[in-house]
Design a binder for this molecule. Structure first.
Ligand code: G16
Length: 547
């Protein structure tokens, strides 16, 4: 009998039956659905994450219990690989298969074939870090994960309620023998914030820059951890907290947070709006961030992931040139990126830009093609990554550079590297980087906004009978199925100047997403509604027809 099968035959094996009512998929960023249906999924992910570690010869891996931007009734799981990156895609398929396995015998068969395929040696001790967001359901789901991990005698550490990017950071710290930092909250805040304060000390003239931030914490873990961060920031930033009610779970992401503000293009509820003040919204697990402000006539201005990417890429490129280093930089976007941001990156910043499918895992992977890769989704999810050799080169050059201006540029690059969480999008790290560049440039949010003009755009969601009937190509810019839908989209788009629209099934919610942009907001809105209505008609729309 295989060692896997014997685990299932032990008298103390605890069974978590699959109620069989839902088809699960390890989608854009893990598995998500109503928390009530996830017990058996979590138990199986506990076993899978243990085997992932054993397969990697006891490297530390991570498991985060979160449904990020989703409503509070949902929950989910994201698995983390040893360098803090998202789970390798071949294992996503296994996670999907395991979650849908009908009974324990089926689970044991899947795991047995996994063990034989990867030749996993039972003598390796699985090592796992786990964390969860503030959702009420998290604790119960954690218990199921722990049962699964214990069945494989895992050495695990539970960090309790933390942000997703913190857990990614901790996993990387462990596997780099702590060269990246210590796997704890204090080291995380110290590393990022010290670099930020060092850089702040180099800035002598703030001009239009303002240190005061109105912070929308989405009533989630981002608010909790921002409160912890305040003691590290030493008043370099004045952060006024809003939407920080983490004890009432149902307030999480409700009419607030980065996803709400980006999708609805309006301020969140739960805070008063002052003209020209600087607002930040993060999402439910604090891996996304967006900025916004309103002017004296109450007009709303959004500074999303596209804006952050252009701000950061432009600044880093300037420092590379000033340092005299021969280092290339590239930017990675998705189809959601505003057409004018892509033009600005290519034509004004003269930085090469690539487009990949939605999901940070795709952006991260592509960004590794460059010496320094900057990647952001328009929804505010992103970071920048440096090749190991470039990180070493920058530090080595700084240690021997005699030219004062080159040395300053190198020191600034080192600070940017050290305040970046390179493992994944991180709202706290991204905020520090944005605040640094704004301060260096002496910019208000209005100055930043004026760097280029976005094309008016609209995001919509359509609920259909089965979103799995949709498939896309060309980095999601073309809809392949349902057959004939793309032709219809093309003919609608042709009616509007400077227009573009695409549709794709969400990997985190049970909806099909629609993106539309055009020369005016009225046209973008009309385009989005027309495309949404065609989807509704062609794919068995559920609920009210878009109008
Ligand atoms: C996750 C992914 C993001 C993605 C977002 C929406 O974010 O990490 O890369 O953009 O879902 O994906 P979809 O459009 O497929 O629903 P988060 O912050 O919710 O984990």
């Amino acid at each position: 009998m295989s060692w896997i099968k014997s685990i299932f035959n032990e008298s103390n094996f605890i069974s978590y039956p699959n109620p069989g009512s839902i088809v699960f998929q390890y989608g854009t960023s893990g598995i998500r659905c109503k928390a009530d249906y996830l017990d058996h999924v979590m138990h199986r992910m506990g076993m899978l994450v243990a085997l992932r570690s054993m397969c990697l010869k006891s490297a530390r891996v991570g498991l985060m219990i979160t449904a990020s931007h989703n409503a509070h009734e949902d929950n989910g799981v994201k698995l983390i690989d040893p360098q803090g990156e998202m789970l390798e895609s071949s294992w996503e398929v296994l996670a999907t298969e395991l979650s849908n396995a009908i009974d324990d015998q089926h689970v044991s068969t899947v795991l047995t074939s996994l063990v034989s395929k990867y030749n996993i040696d039972s003598s390796y001790i699985p090592k796992v870090y786990v964390g969860r967001d503030t959702r009420y359901s998290g604790k119960k789901l954690l218990d199921a994960v722990i049962v699964g991990m214990k069945q494989f005698n895992s050495d695990f550490e539970d960090f309790g309620v933390i942000t997703t990017p913190m857990l990614h950071f901790f996993v990387r710290c462990y596997n780099t023998n702590c060269l990246y930092g210590q796997p704890n909250e204090q080291s995380y805040f110290n590393k990022l914030t010290t670099a930020f304060k060092d850089m702040r000390n180099m800035c002598t003239d703030y001009k239009n820059y303002n240190t005061v931030i109105e912070f929308d914490g989405a009533n989630g873990v981002g608010a909790l951890k921002m409160k912890d961060a305040l003691s590290y920031l030493d008043n370099t930033l004045i952060i006024n907290m809003h939407n920080d009610e983490v004890s009432s779970s149902e307030k999480l992401n409700s009419k607030c947070g980065a996803d709400f503000v980006k999708s609805n293009q309006c301020p969140p509820t739960g805070l008063s709006i002052k003209p020209n003040a600087k607002y930040i919204s993060v999402d439910g697990d604090a891996d996304r961030i967006i900025y916004f402000f309103v002017d004296e006539s109450n007009k709303f201005y959004l500074l999303d992931g596209d804006r952050i990417a252009t701000l950061v890429a432009g600044y880093v490129k300037e420092q590379i040139i000033a340092s005299g280093l021969d280092v290339n930089i590239g930017l990675v976007q998705t189809a959601y990126s505003n057409g004018n941001s892509t033009n600005f990156v290519s034509n004004t910043l003269k930085v090469p830009v690539a487009c990949v499918p939605t999901g940070v895992k795709h952006l991260h992977h592509k960004a590794q093609d460059y010496d320094i890769g900057v990647y952001f989704e328009a929804n505010g999810h992103g970071t920048l990554i440096f090749k190991e050799s470039i990180r070493n080169l920058i530090r080595k050059e700084a240690s021997k550079q005699k030219d004062e201006s080159k040395l300053i540029a190198l020191k600034k690059l080192i600070c940017i590297m050290d305040m970046t969480n390179e493992t994944v999008g991180d709202a706290y790290s991204d905020m520090l980087i944005v605040e640094t560049v704004l301060c260096e440039r002496g910019w208000s949010l209005n100055d930043w906004y004026n760097t280029y003009a976005d094309l008016p755009n609209r995001l919509m969601k359509v609920t259909v009978k089965d979103r799995n009937t949709f498939s896309t190509g060309d980095a999601e810019r073309i809809c392949i199925r349902p057959l004939g839908l793309q032709d219809k989209i093309n003919s609608i788009v042709a009616n509007y100047p400077m227009a573009r629209s695409f549709v794709r099934p969400s990997g985190t919610e049970d909806v099909v997403r629609v993106y539309a942009e055009a020369d005016t907001q009225v046209h973008a809105d009309k385009l989005a509604v027309e495309v949404a209505a065609v989807i509704y008609d062609m794919a068995d729309g559920v609920g009210k027809r878009p109008s």
